[in-house]
Design a protein around this ligand. Structure first.
Ligand SMILES: C[S@@+](CC[C@H](N)C(=O)[O-])C[C@H]1O[C@@H](n2cnc3c(N)ncnc32)[C@H](O)[C@@H]1O
Length: 278
């Protein structure tokens, strides 16, 4: 694809799907777009965009493809072990109602895993999970509580599986008692408002697709949205450069976990979000 074609595609994708591709790494994105054009057997981008204009179904399919929503329960199980053994015990001591945000939650496997984990170690803990994603069709499975195929739930510890999952056609469903703990919402991390004072923000395997500038804006948003002492849990390949983390008041705790330190110890610069707003 030529540079001028990519400019055109970005403009049309923004108009038709509301996604700002400027915030996503261009080499990866261009490769994915090329592959998609072959897959739908369109002769050119203008031809494909004519189809896209006419078909709401195709718009949803294309959006699903662009946003890459691979996920599973207890993905990177060792990180969930750290959460259970090191992070949650501190948060449970400090919070009356534990407030968690799962950002880029895809079909809900991640926030449901978090809910199971908290319930298993603190059955009476007051808990609210806000789970958001840009992709409405991934969210619809999350809201319905399934069905989740066997490979999605294979990392769920046996006890938790028995306690919180019910076999059904097509795999498993989560029990309503878990569903009640989570509020799912369509939300664009790069544009939409976020409340503050979360105890834990979990955002994994989302920003790997973002440009450096978009990543920096999102890290800043997370730092602002955590209460002092709250934790950020990011993906295994998504470390925050040390200097940037310090400027934001995020102290590395272990690989992929950061703790928000008291505001007095840090200077948070004004948000870049406005610049990235679409
Ligand atoms: C690979 S999945 C990660 C799911 C889960 N966090 C995990 O690690 O298993 C990436 C998710 O990020 C979502 N996403 C991509 N761009 C986003 C944006 N700008 N705002 C919110 N969600 C976004 C996608 O729709 C997708 O569901």
């Amino acid at each position: 694809m030529t540079d001028s074609e990519y400019v055109l595609i970005r403009r049309r994708v923004h108009e038709l799907l509301g996604i700002d591709l400027n915030a996503y790494k261009s080499t990866q994105m261009r490769r994915r777009l090329d592959a998609y054009l072959l897959r739908v057997r369109a002769k050119s981008w203008p031809e494909y965009f004519r189809l896209l204009e006419q078909s709401a179904e195709e718009r949803q399919r294309f959006k699903d493809y662009l946003t890459i929503n691979v996920t599973s329960f207890f993905r990177d199980a060792d990180k969930f072990a750290t959460l259970r053994e090191r992070i949650l015990p501190q948060l449970l001591d400090e919070s009356r109602t534990l407030q968690i945000w799962s950002a880029g939650c895809s079909d809900g496997a991640e926030p449901y895993s978090l809910a199971m984990l908290v319930r298993s170690i603190a059955p009476n803990q007051r808990l609210q999970i806000w789970a958001t994603d840009i992709d409405r069709s991934a969210l619809s499975r999350a809201i319905a509580g399934g069905p989740y195929p066997e490979q999605s739930v294979e990392n769920v510890p046996r006890m938790l599986r028995a306690q919180f999952l019910v076999p059904c056609e097509g795999g498993y469903r989560v029990k309503p008692e878990l569903q009640r703990l989570i509020r799912f919402q369509e939300h664009n991390l790069l544009r939409d408002p976020v409340r503050d004072r979360f105890d834990l923000i979990v955002c994994r395997n989302v920003i790997i697709y973002f440009t450096e500038e978009a990543k920096a804006a999102v890290f800043q948003l997370f730092a602002r949205s955590l209460r002092p002492g709250g934790f950020l849990f990011i993906g295994a390949t998504e470390t925050i450069p040390l200097q940037q983390a310090r400027e934001l008041g995020l102290e590395p705790v272990q690989l992929t976990f950061y703790r928000r330190v008291e505001p007095s110890a840090t200077t948070v610069r004004p948000s870049h979000q406005a610049r990235l707003a679409t």
